[in-house]
Design a protein around this ligand. Structure first.
Ligand code: COA
Length: 619
């Protein structure tokens, strides 16, 4: 067996799989470019149905054929594969090879979501297609559509559509296709004469297709930027005449500050984002920029220092932390709250869930402020709209003058956030995982008294992918929930995702409130209000206050932090961490050899270009 990414045996044993009612489980080969959120979720869902899943990171067509010949799967599924499949595989109809295509029936090509968003479609879909000679033109196993509108008034991005709606639709599609296969049913041919087949073959979207007319209203500009966010980004020349890739667009609703300026003028800055003038008196915030062949960073880190220094700071208005219940800020504001019926909901919507030092400091200060001023008895930590949190920010660490030193500052800053949660004595704390989380983000979430999620959430609790021991008080929070042995296993293994159901079974989380992200917010609000109204609430709070204000408890958690940071000090000096971090942020495979980073970077760029050329979607 080749490159196997197994789910740790004891994690698997915890979940008693439910095999398809009438058919024996299948032997499935999952072939993918990367074990991304889509691949992980499909793997976990297939396992939960009792199927035997072999995860195979695609290398070459010959290698794939060898793996198939050796392992004899009954069916191959490609949840995220941008490479061409060899005829030996797609011609063998006895072992069908199914492609998860992020487009409606009839849609073909590598830029499906990009076109759907660019063209402002109201609905989109995912289709399970049998691999064939012509890309995406094979027989149809299943197709599922969804609405592109999600509410909350945030700018829709390509990656958020992929991560939430597409993955849910793909899970349903794969499930239906497998059931059909088990029943001996065949897929139907792609038939454009059917009225329901409204997709078409679309070319790969080029940067020239992604161009922005800055005379448009900011809402439109933000939507256009979102259609290419987070990959590949929209390339545009800004005020200084330099080309940047643009990310993290937020519409500014205050029109007063920027009348009479030229479009594309940088009007101001806030929390590392910049405000750029658009048409009709409007303006858009950009949180992140990237120069060609570099990495994505907060906008003010990328623009020339002189330009950044010349524009005014545009502070958030006083009292802006709290926004009306069930709305999002009408400006660029990463941290905000809803106060509703005795519950404080705290959102920290950091780009890609990565939390750099200053963001952690702002979040810790907000937690202190809430503790001091909010009358709420329950504090719900919502995390971000795309990820709950992915821990410290590896990109800003990579870009800093001294990455080891910056890693140290960042881990201490995130630990302060976790400490504020652990020592929140006057409120019960709840984590409500709207999005996935990874590494320190998972551990930070466990600091709350209760952890709730929806069934679509995937957790990646390990730090091993970065060769880190980890902090965020995990040595306190994780074993307390799952026991020492499981805690060790989860953190020792590299790249073992855990589904919400598995996390629930092992006690890592307390409740699953809804089958998917749809309806999750309603259930969070209901459940938080039930908690407030529950009989045991006052007693719980009394016991919590006594524990958290006790010096022994405070010393205990401090000792966990000290222990973890001792290990982290060593990690931050290790070659493994710096090598893996560099590979992660520049997106190449980590090769622990003496090859120069520059050489590797270049080959990573080539890999990306190849993926773009052949790619179905690069979310
Ligand atoms: N710092 C900086 N960027 C991060 C990040 C972090 N900690 N975690 C994720 N990202 C970025 C990725 O680079 C990617 O960027 P892109 O949009 O520009 O391509 C984006 O977030 C999405 O991540 P991706 O890896 O594509 O998503 P996924 O759902 O497939 O995988 C994780 C999620 C959490 C498994 C994976 O992102 C990961 O391992 N992150 C690192 C976690 C970590 O080690 N944190 C530091 C220790 S606390």
């Amino acid at each position: 067996m080749k490159s196997f990414v197994p789910l740790a045996a004891s994690v698997r044993r915890l979940i008693r799989p439910t095999p398809a009612a009438s058919a024996p489980p299948l032997k499935i080969l999952l072939a993918f470019d990367s074990f991304n959120s889509m691949s992980q979720r499909i793997a976990l869902e297939c396992q939960s149905k009792g199927h035997a899943v072999q995860n195979y990171p695609f290398k070459t067509p010959e290698d794939l054929m060898e793996v198939v010949a050796t392992n004899q799967p009954q069916i191959i599924i490609c949840p995220f594969l941008t490479r061409k499949i060899p005829p030996e595989i797609y011609l063998n109809k006895k072992v069908p090879c199914l492609i998860v295509h992020p487009g409606i029936e009839g849609d073909r090509g590598p830029s499906s979501i990009d076109w759907a968003l660019r063209e402002e479609r109201k609905t989109w879909g995912v289709t399970i297609i049998q691999a064939d000679k012509e890309m995406d033109a094979g027989d149809i196993w299943d197709t599922n559509t969804f609405s592109i509108e999600r509410g909350l008034g945030v700018t829709r991005t390509k990656s958020s559509l992929y991560r939430f709606e597409c993955i849910d639709a793909a899970v349903a599609g794969v499930h239906n296709a497998l059931t059909m296969f088990q029943r001996g049913l065949s897929p139907r041919p792609l038939d454009y004469s059917r009225p329901s087949v409204i997709g078409s073959l679309r070319p790969r979207m080029k940067q020239s297709d992604r161009r922005i007319d800055w005379n448009l209203d900011a809402r439109k500009v933000a939507a256009l930027i979102g259609s290419s966010d987070s990959q590949p980004g929209t390339a545009e020349t800004l005020q200084d005449g330099v080309k940047y890739f643009l990310y993290g667009a937020h519409v500014e609703s205050d029109f007063t500050t920027h009348a009479g300026m030229d479009v594309k003028t940088i009007l101001g800055k806030r929390d590392d984002a910049v405000l750029v003038k658009c048409g009709q008196g409007s303006a858009v915030w950009l949180s992140h920029l990237k120069k060609e062949k570099s990495i994505k960073l907060p906008a003010t880190w990328v623009l020339p220092e002189k330009l950044v220094a010349s524009v005014p700071e545009i502070p958030l208005p006083p009292q802006s932390l709290q926004v009306p219940f069930r709305t999002t800020p009408k400006t660029f504001q990463e941290i905000f709250t809803w106060e509703h019926r005795g519950v404080c909901y705290l959102w920290f919507d950091f780009y890609n869930g990565a939390m750099h030092t200053e963001q952690c400091r702002r979040l810790a200060a907000t937690l202190r402020h809430i503790k001091a001023t909010s009358p709420a008895r329950v504090l719900v930590l919502m995390g971000g709209l795309n990820f709950f949190s992915n821990g410290i920010n590896l990109n800003t660490i990579e870009a800093s003058a001294d990455p080891a030193e910056e890693s140290w500052r960042n881990i201490n800053a995130i630990d302060e956030v976790v400490k504020e949660i652990l020592l929140c004595s006057d409120k019960l704390t709840v984590t409500a995982m709207y999005g996935n989380s990874g590494a320190g983000g998972v551990m930070a979430s466990l600091a709350a008294d209760f952890v709730w999620a929806h069934d679509g959430v995937v957790l990646n609790p390990t730090y091993k992918t970065m060769d880190l021991y980890g902090s965020e008080y995990w040595t306190y929070s994780l074993p307390r929930r799952v026991g020492q042995a499981m805690a060790k296993q989860l953190t020792d293994s590299e790249g073992v995702p855990v589904s919400a159901s598995q996390a629930l079974a092992m006690g890592m989380i307390d409740r699953i409130l809804s089958p998917s992200v749809g309806g999750f917010l309603d259930r969070v609000v209901e459940s938080a209000e039930e908690l407030i109204g529950s009989k045991g609430m006052e007693e719980l709070l009394r016991r919590k206050k006594a524990r958290t204000e006790n010096g022994e408890f405070q010393a205990l958690i401090q000792s966990h932090r000290d222990w973890e940071l001792e290990h982290m000090k060593r990690c931050f000096r290790s070659e493994g961490y710096h090598g893996k971090r560099k590979a992660f942020v520049y997106k190449y495979e980590y090769l622990p050899c003496n090859a120069s980073a520059d050489g590797l970077r270049q080959s990573s760029q080539e890999m990306k270009e190849e993926a773009n050329l052949l790619g179905r979607s690069y979310a």
